[in-house]
Design a binder for this molecule. Structure first.
Ligand code: C5P
Length: 208
């Protein structure tokens, strides 16, 4: 049985960066499940599939090779927004569930990051961590990242998009973003990445 570290939290909370470093330090495999939803949204756009067309989205998922690298296009604003829309469709979540669970098979340890990892995908995860930060701080981080990727964007729009995505991700009926009482909460608003990684590694070492 693989040692599973589930990391959940809202957009731009720093969970991706932190989860990746934690995995590297522990020698565990790492999966960013947001990229799965982003890839579906990206290829739906490419193939002009309507976001309400559940059957076509499910067939699309069957045809995607998730190992193909798409690069920074997956992080654009439109893809982020559409990923959150299709992520609320139960059939889409169901079609992506197997990929996520299979990832842990045969591995010594995995760090898996997303919105429902400790609640739905691996409810028996060995460690569950919820990474969050204030919305303004998250918007500032996301704004910087989008600018770096060459998007012509203003901070207020980024803030508004994050608020909409937060609301959609945490209020959907199916696998909403939520932290159960079994989660350890790490707030990165005023903490840099290294300090957050250190405190998380301490928590994990206790569990190991
Ligand atoms: O984590 P990231 O912001 O890249 O995820 C993009 C979108 O994918 C989220 O806004 C959310 O709607 C969806 N998602 C999800 N469940 C996950 C990971 C991501 O619903 N486990």
């Amino acid at each position: 049985m693989s040692f599973v570290i589930a990391i959940d939290g809202p957009a731009a909370s720093g969970k991706g960066t932190i989860a990746k470093i934690v995995a590297e330090k522990l020698g565990f495999d790492y999966l960013n499940t947001g990229l799965l939803y982003r890839a579906v949204a990206y290829f739906a756009l490419q193939n002009q599939i309507e976001l309400r067309d559940t059957d076509k989205l499910v067939s699309l998922i069957d045809s995607i090779n998730f190992n193909d690298t798409v690069g920074t296009a997956l992080y654009g604003s439109v893809v982020s927004e559409n990923a959150s829309v299709i992520a609320a469709i139960p059939e889409v979540r169901k079609a992506l569930l197997g990929i996520q669970r299979t990832f842990a098979i045969g591995k010594e340890g995995v760090v898996i990051e997303g919105r429902d990892i400790g609640t739905v995908i691996f409810p028996n995860a060995n460690v569950k961590i919820y990474i969050t930060a204030d919305i303004e701080e998250r918007a500032a981080r996301r704004f910087k990242q989008l600018q770096k990727n060459g998007e012509d964007i203003i901070y207020d729009d980024v803030l508004r998009d994050l608020q909409i995505r937060d609301l959609r991700d945490s209020s959907r009926n199916n696998a909403p973003l939520t932290k159960g009482s079994d989660y350890l909460v790490v707030d990165t608003t005023k903490v840099d990445i290294d300090a957050a990684v250190d405190s998380i590694l301490k928590l994990i070492n206790r569990a190991l």
